[in-house]
Ligand binder design. Structure first.
Ligand code: ATP
Length: 371
């Protein structure tokens, strides 16, 4: 499933040069984005980056200041929320407290003038879908947070919108329930064959659920790609730093030859040699990003300690059960993060605090970043 790689595929949601200003503040800045039918799409970014504003423009609660939004090929300018093929689920769930679970799910269907028998059938189907058949007669205050979330979801999809917009859908749930519910959401999206656009500031959530992620900053999209791509091949220092853990180095391209780039890193004066996947000129300032799990630690000096190696002191060891994260402090004060899966044990055992160790990595382990 990768319609975004098909030049013939028509996007279901086309966001074209959309800007949203509140007085003189630009919340969304000349943003363009295509989202495809049946895609699970995540808008990811820190608080205030404009992701909710973008979602609200898709829903029709806000109009763009400039640019346009097409849904299924139709320009949405001036089309009110209830006439759009989308529905929105809010973080607060906004359930009616005096209505039962089935009453809440039926509400929108009644408003649409659906026949009583059809409503009953649809509500039954929705209750089954979110596994709440036994709770049909309960009121929201008699439900757990996770159950309320599922009622809100059932209500949002009951009218069979083509697109479901979800603003921080799992924000109110605790960590364990959130992780379970992520898989339920993915399952539901597959079963219903809907397009989901979810807003989240939680990168793990976005990585787990989404087919593609748009990483946003200051009203702009920094990168749109699959979870694996934003992690393995971030296009900028911002994305590399925002997604996952990373060791970031700033340096100067000292040599470019034979498909490799040598980067001189100050102040340690050590040399990073990396495969040249991007072209760059000698003397150009470049960044280098490497994930902690790509770094080896050893007490033994590597064969060629002048390249991709540094010597330092074991500063911190954090045990997470499935993995251990090591912090090695270089003489310059720079901390290098390395991580290893405990089941794999790529790090010799036992390494202790204050041990003097070498960190070392391969030429294909990191990414050169020029912006
Ligand atoms: P959060 O995760 O905190 O909700 P967000 O990325 O969803 O953040 P938005 O809610 O889209 O951010 O807001 C983007 C910016 O626009 C913020 O700085 C916010 O203060 C501003 N903003 C949003 N709505 C309005 C409004 N109605 N009037 C003025 N400014 C607004």
């Amino acid at each position: 499933f990768a319609p975004w790689n098909d030049p013939e595929a028509k996007p279901f949601i086309a966001i074209e040069n959309v800007t949203k200003k509140f007085a003189d503040f630009t919340a969304v800045d000349d943003l363009s984005l295509n989202i495809y039918n049946r895609e699970f799409f995540a808008l990811l970014g820190a608080s205030g980056c404009g992701k909710s504003t973008l979602l609200r423009m898709l829903a029709g609660f806000e109009e763009p200041t400039a640019g346009r939004i097409l849904l299924d090929g139709q320009d949405m300018r001036g089309i009110p929320p209830y006439k759009r093929p989308v529905n929105m689920m809010f973080q607060s769930y906004a359930l009616f407290p005096h209505m039962t679970v089935e009453g809440n799910i039926a509400f929108g269907l009644k408003q649409d003038g659906m026949q009583k028998g059809d409503i009953e059938a649809r509500v039954g189907e929705m209750l089954k879908l979110v596994k709440l058949e036994r709770f049909a007669k309960r009121k929201p205050h008699q439900l757990s947070g996770g159950q309320r979330q599922r009622v809100a979801l059932a209500r949002a999809v009951a009218k069979r919108p083509k697109v479901l917009l979800l603003d921080e859908p799992l924000g109110a749930l605790d960590k364990k329930l959130r992780e379970e519910t992520q898989f339920e959401l993915m399952d539901l999206q597959m079963k219903l064959g809907l397009t989901f656009v979810v807003v989240t500031h939680d990168q793990e959530e976005a990585m787990t659920m989404a087919d593609r992620i748009a990483v946003m900053d200051k009203g702009k999209v920094m990168q749109v790609a699959t979870p694996a791509e934003v992690y393995e091949a971030p296009n900028s220092k911002f994305v590399a730093d925002f997604i996952g853990n990373v060791n970031m180095f700033e340096g100067t391209a000292a040599a470019v030859a034979n498909g490799k780039i040598d980067i001189a890193v100050e102040p340690e004066n050590f040399t990073i040699r990396t495969d040249a996947l991007k072209s760059c000129a000698v003397g150009q300032p470049v960044g280098f990003a490497i994930r902690p799990e790509k770094i080896r630690i050893s007490r033994k000096q590597p064969a060629d300690p002048s390249i991709n190696s540094a010597h330092g002191e074991m500063w911190d060891i954090a045990y997470f059960g499935d993995m251990t994260v090591f912090h090695v402090k270089l003489e310059s004060g720079r901390i290098i993060k390395a991580a290893s899966l405990n089941a794999v044990r790529t790090v010799e055992d036992p390494l202790g605090y204050d041990d003097m160790v070498w960190v070392n990595f391969d030429t294909d382990a990191g990414i050169v970043l020029t912006s």
